[in-house]
Design a protein around this ligand. Sequence first.
Ligand code: DX5
Ligand code: ZN
Length: 220
Amino acid sequence: GIKGIIGPSILNADLSKLTDESRRLLDAGADYLHLDVMDGHFVPNLTIGHPVIKCLRKNIPKVYFDAHMMVAKPEQWIEEMAGAGVNQYTFHIESTTKESMPEIIRKIKEVDMKVGLGIKPKTDISVVEEYINDIDVVLIMTVEPGFGGQKFMGDMMEKVRWLRKTYPQLLHIEVDGGVNMKTSDDCAQAGANMIVSGSALIDSKQPDKDIEQMRNLIDE
Ligand code: DX5
Ligand code: ZN
C-alpha cells in the first residue's frame, strides 16, 4: 500500500531549541517535520512563521517540511513559505472561501509546494471531494487546532476510513492531534499514512522505538 511516514510536531517542544529538538527526532528516525504555524486569528494561539522556518531550513537542509497553516489568510503566505524552504503547504478549508480555493491551490503549485488541505473536527469530510484531484494530502484534525497535548478524537476515524475507502490509491491522508502509541494504531487501521505526533514523541524516552513502531503499524 501507500507508504507510511511519521512527522513530529515541534509545537510542544522547547521552541528556543527548535533546531536541536528537530534534529533529535530526525536522528530518532522521523520522516518529516510538521511545523505548526498559528496567527492568533484562525486559532487562539501564536507560534512561528516563515522567518523562523527559514532559519530552521538553513540548519536542516534536506528534510521534508510540512507547514500546517492555521492562519486567517492562507493566500498571504504562499510565496514566503516557499522561500523559507517549505515542501508542503497545508491550509484549512475553513480559513477561506469556495471562490478563493482554485487560486490558492494554483499558487501553491506554482511555487512547487505540495498542497495539503486540512479540515477541523466539526467540518464534514465531503467538502474535500471537489478538490481531491487537485491536492496531494488531506489533513484530518483529530483535535480542535490551536494547542498541543489535547485528547485524540476517535470519532474522526470515520472520516479517515471513508476517505481511504473512496480513494484507495495515491491520496495521502494525514492525521494530527493527540496521536500517541495507542491512537496511532487507530489511525493506521483507518487508513492514514502520514502520522503527526507532537507531545507523545517530544516527551518519549525512546523516540526511536516509538517512531519505528508507529511506522510499522501503517506499513502492515
Ligand atoms: C494542533 C496542532 C497539532 C498538535 C500536535 O493545533 O496542529 O500539530 O500540536 O500535538 P499533539 O500530538 O501533542 O496533539
Ligand atoms: Zn498541526
